[in-house]
Write a protein that binds this ligand. Structure first.
Ligand code: PLP
Length: 387
């Protein structure tokens, strides 16, 4: 028996995430010229609406057409010059990608590996910055989507400031999902993407830049072209325009989604994500499964869960899909060992209870006997928060 198809399946993967119907309508609106005052006005409004999500007042958010990795490429390639010393803290797939991009710029990359699932601690950052006084940059992910770990970026950035090192942080599943305060924390370069916490389809990348980062760009010589942020900045300052054709339909969608985000209020949104993630985790633990992320550093937007003995990735995720929920597996060496569920954008008690009950149904089908009720554990979390 088939119950669901691609259009009716619930997306629990960490991007793309479920999107508000009014955002879909924007994507299907007739497009207009990209070099017009009307379109430029929408872009300018998007930038103003994006800035608080990055914690920027004086800085700027640059929008690129491309997936999140295009923004990672731009953020690294526009600043890092050949032979620059870069310390890359790697505790997952995406922090590894930042290190690889820095290497591809000819930088002198010193890679610090941290066990996947563990957080990058400020003391570790201090230890390496103390040893490498010639370091110019550090790279890390803010929220490591591959493991469900939220790194303590605010504390790490303070240490980087002490050593006058520029932070390049990948906030692709943080921006719009949890607090990001670039100016207050001293994170000069933070990256984001469209299909996660910003609630629109894939295809846009973002780089948040503080005033210091904007000044640094002025004299940078890089080998980037399409992802050279200096070109974007100069065009913006001179013409309030994109250097290349803007992704008109995605910008319409972004504009609408940002209005929805601000109508909810950032604090409310971040609190909602955090509570939903907590309810999900408590429900999962009650079922008898183990959360992959180090305790105290669990992400509010992505939860990674270890498979219990006897449950295979293939069986579990195929059955979850059969019963209407698309769940992500593990990446790289975590393939087959963990699965991942997002709590981003349109997520509330209804989705959490649905995910937990379908999960219990599937686990029972696979002869796993849940320890306790996941639903009751989640309800208890909701009760504690007055939901
Ligand atoms: C933290 C992080 N960085 C980078 C990426 C890559 O983004 P994209 O696949 O949009 O290029 C992702 C996507 O999951 C991500 O979560």
């Amino acid at each position: 028996m088939q119950f669901y198809d691609e259009e009716t399946t619930y997306l629990a993967i960490p991007g793309p995430v479920p999107i508000h119907p009014s955002v879909y309508r924007e994507v299907s609106k007739p497009i207009y010229g990209h070099r017009t005052p009307e379109f430029r006005k929408i872009v300018a409004e998007c930038i103003e609406l994006l800035k608080p999500l990055f914690g920027l007042r004086k800085g700027l958010v640059i929008i690129l057409t491309g997936s999140g990795t295009s923004a990672m490429d731009a953020a690294v390639r526009s600043f890092v010059e050949p032979k620059d010393k870069v310390i890359s803290f790697v505790n997952g797939k995406f922090s590894e990608r930042l290190a690889e991009i820095a290497e591809s710029c000819g930088a002198n990359v010193f890679r610090v590996d941290v066990e996947w699932g563990k957080a990058i601690k400020p003391e570790l950052v201090e230890k390496y910055l103390d040893k490498h006084s010639d370091a110019k940059f550090i790279t890390l992910t803010h929220n490591e989507t591959s493991t469900g770990v939220l790194n303590p970026l605010h504390k790490i950035a303070k240490i980087a400031q002490k050593y006058s090192v520029t932070v390049i942080a990948d906030g692709i599943t943080a921006v719009g999902g949890t607090f990001v305060k670039q100016e207050e924390w001293g994170v000069d370069i933070e990256i984001s993407g469209s299909q996660k916490c910003l609630g629109i389809p894939p295809g846009l990348g973002f780089v948040g830049l503080t005033e210091k980062a904007l000044q640094m760009l002025e004299n940078k010589k890089t080998y980037a072209y399409y992802t050279n942020l200096r070109i974007y900045l100069e065009t913006w300052l001179k013409k309030k325009d994109f250097p290349f054709t803007g992704a008109v339909s995605l910008i319409y969608a972004l504009h609408r989604s940002l209005k929805i985000i601000h109508a909810e209020g950032l604090e409310n949104r971040f609190r909602r994500h955090a509570i939903m993630a907590e309810a999900l985790r408590e429900g999962i633990k009650a079922l008898g499964l183990e959360i992959f992320a180090e305790s105290g550093y669990e992400s509010p937007t992505v939860t990674a869960v270890r498979y219990p003995k006897g449950i295979t990735d293939d069986e579990f995720r195929s059955l979850m899909l059969k019963y209407g929920i698309l769940v992500a597996g593990g990446q790289a060496h975590l393939k087959g060992k963990i699965f991942r569920i997002a709590t981003m954008n349109l997520i509330g008690p209804r989705e959490i209870l649905m995910i937990l009950s379908v999960m219990e149904f599937v686990l029972r089908k696979l002869d796993f006997k849940p320890k306790e009720s996941g639903i009751l554990a989640a309800i208890e979390v909701f009760r504690r928060y007055g939901i």
